[in-house]
Design a protein around this ligand. Structure first.
Ligand SMILES: [Fe+2]
Length: 244
């Protein structure tokens, strides 16, 4: 039977409802129940083979495969018109299983390395302010270069090392200035956004375990450019030292 789904949009995130059939959802969660004790770290972020298998199972359903093809085509068009060449990276598959023992995984604002992010909600933990929901900044970045990407990544690297309480204050201040929106997730729904230009983070989890499958597509490899830039600067410094 073909699942029924529809797309709604809370800028900048599109929601596709009821994409994952409940029977498949139960099967994925049961597989996680069996395997998660062996994960190191326990949040599943390195269980990429399992995440890829989950994605393949989802692609056997008409609802997911149709939706994925549509959003990939749209993101590919954005990538090509923005960067002037075709993307060539493989998708990146991530499982994210977070509970109350992982507060350090919350309030970590970031831009994704990839242009398209699919968040498939597998399991949620209530609706209060500590349920791990996705939060996105409403205003997306319009301009970026290798240098600006490097600068913002460097700042966020520092911010991520602040204590949780301080990170929350920093984000709350920015929320007043720029506006963020919380995306309440429902298991079986798929949430889609351009994580490369949309600053986002997750709330912390106070009880139970929140589970998501995340698939990233189309990496413009902007992180490579700052590294090349730093190497070039280092070479110039080395030459100058040699001369004098
Ligand atoms: Fe992300």
């Amino acid at each position: 039977m073909t699942a029924q789904w529809q797309a709604t949009q809370v800028v900048p995130v599109s929601t596709f409802e009821h994409v994952v059939p409940s029977r498949l959802l139960a099967q994925l969660n049961e597989t996680i129940n069996i395997e998660r004790d062996g994960w190191r770290p326990r949040d599943g972020r390195r269980a990429s083979d399992l995440a890829r298998q989950f994605a393949e199972l989802l692609r056997t359903t008409h609802a997911f495969s149709t939706m994925e093809a549509n959003v990939r085509a749209s993101a590919r068009h954005w990538y090509t018109s923005t960067f002037g060449h075709e993307p060539h990276s493989d998708p990146l598959y991530v499982l994210r299983c977070v509970n109350r023992d992982m507060p350090f995984q919350s309030y970590l604002r970031h831009f994704d390395s990839h242009v398209l992010t699919l968040l498939i909600s597998l399991q949620t933990v209530g609706e209060d302010k500590k349920n791990g929901d996705l939060v996105v900044r409403l205003k997306q970045r319009q301009r970026f270069s290798a240098l600006s990407h490097f600068v913002i990544k460097s700042w966020l690297f520092v911010e991520h090392r602040l204590p949780l309480a301080l990170r929350r204050i920093v984000i709350a201040s920015d929320e007043i200035l720029r506006g963020y929106v919380r995306i309440p997730c429902t298991p079986g729904n798929v949430y889609i956004f351009n994580g490369f230009i949309t600053l986002h983070h997750n709330l912390n989890v106070s009880t139970g375990e929140r589970r998501s499958l995340i698939i990233h597509y189309y990496d413009p490899e902007m992180a490579m450019a700052p590294r090349r830039l730093l190497r070039r600067v280092q070479t110039l410094i080395d030459r100058a030292n040699y001369r004098f």
